[in-house]
Ligand binder design. Structure first.
Ligand SMILES: Cc1cc2nc3c(=O)[nH]c(=O)nc-3n(C[C@H](O)[C@H](O)[C@H](O)COP(=O)(O)O)c2cc1C
Length: 215
């Protein structure tokens, strides 16, 4: 386990979308600890439809940069995590999810109906609905990775500036995958980004119903 450099409160307050990285490599154990944090995220029916491609080689980072509107930090980051959702993942993983659940104490009554209820829920999704479902799961896992990296003392950069088709080609992704976001991890080079501020809580949070202040 890597040393924890910041509390979660500090990491949340101090995190910035890193503008530039120094490129020093990340030890594999640290990378695995960061990835593992994401894999512990919750998901609907525990179906874990996320998939991650970790890009560290100079050659692949260069290609990924070209697929990401030439953003320099894609090439500078020690590791780029390409976060994807697999639209067909649930079909392949349903038995495994139930088996793991049983090992952990899933009630038999739940296990016996899970196969039908998960299939009924997900097989009726349109392409758009599936993309929405995948997006929320991939982002909750990626956010857990981002915050774990920050508490471990790394700097991070989430990115949506990429071209789906080009990333598919560079990473040789299966057709059922959609790329949701990229996360650069490494150490800041040069000055950090300014703090852009956040809307006041009264602007974005309501109590009991829309428009009412939280009391
Ligand atoms: C999903 C997502 C996609 C983003 N895409 C990019 C990107 O492609 N390039 C970039 O430089 N910053 C990107 N950002 C960073 C945002 O610009 C940044 O988070 C925002 O300006 C607030 O700054 P802060 O994170 O430093 O507080 C992205 C952030 C998120 C959450």
């Amino acid at each position: 386990m890597a040393e924890i450099k910041k509390t979660l409160t500090q990491a949340i307050a101090e995190r910035r979308a890193t503008p530039s990285f120094d490129g020093t490599p990340i030890p594999l154990d640290d990378l695995k600890q960061i990835l593992d944090a994401g894999l512990h995220a919750p998901s609907g029916y525990n179906m874990q439809p996320w998939r991650f491609i970790v890009v560290q080689s100079t050659e692949q980072k260069k290609k990924l940069r070209a697929a990401s509107y030439n953003q320099a930090k894609v090439e500078e980051a020690s590791a780029m995590i390409v976060a994807c959702g697999d639209a067909d993942g649930w079909r392949k993983d349903l038995d495994l999810m139930i088996q793991l659940g049983r090992e952990g104490g899933m009630p038999e009554s739940y296990a016996s109906q899970a196969r039908t209820s998960v299939s009924n829920f997900l097989s009726g999704f349109s392409r758009e609905q599936m993309h929405g479902w995948l997006n929320k799961h991939v982002m909750i896992a990626l956010t857990s990775m981002m915050l774990m990296a920050e508490v471990m003392g790394y700097d991070t950069a989430p990115m949506e500036g990429f071209e789906q088709d080009k990333v598919h080609e560079v990473l040789r992704l299966p057709m059922s995958y959609c790329v949701v976001a990229l996360l650069g991890i490494g150490h800041l080079k040069g000055p950090d980004k300014y703090y852009g501020g956040r809307f006041d809580m009264a602007h974005t949070v309501f109590g009991e119903e829309f428009g009412k202040p939280l009391k």
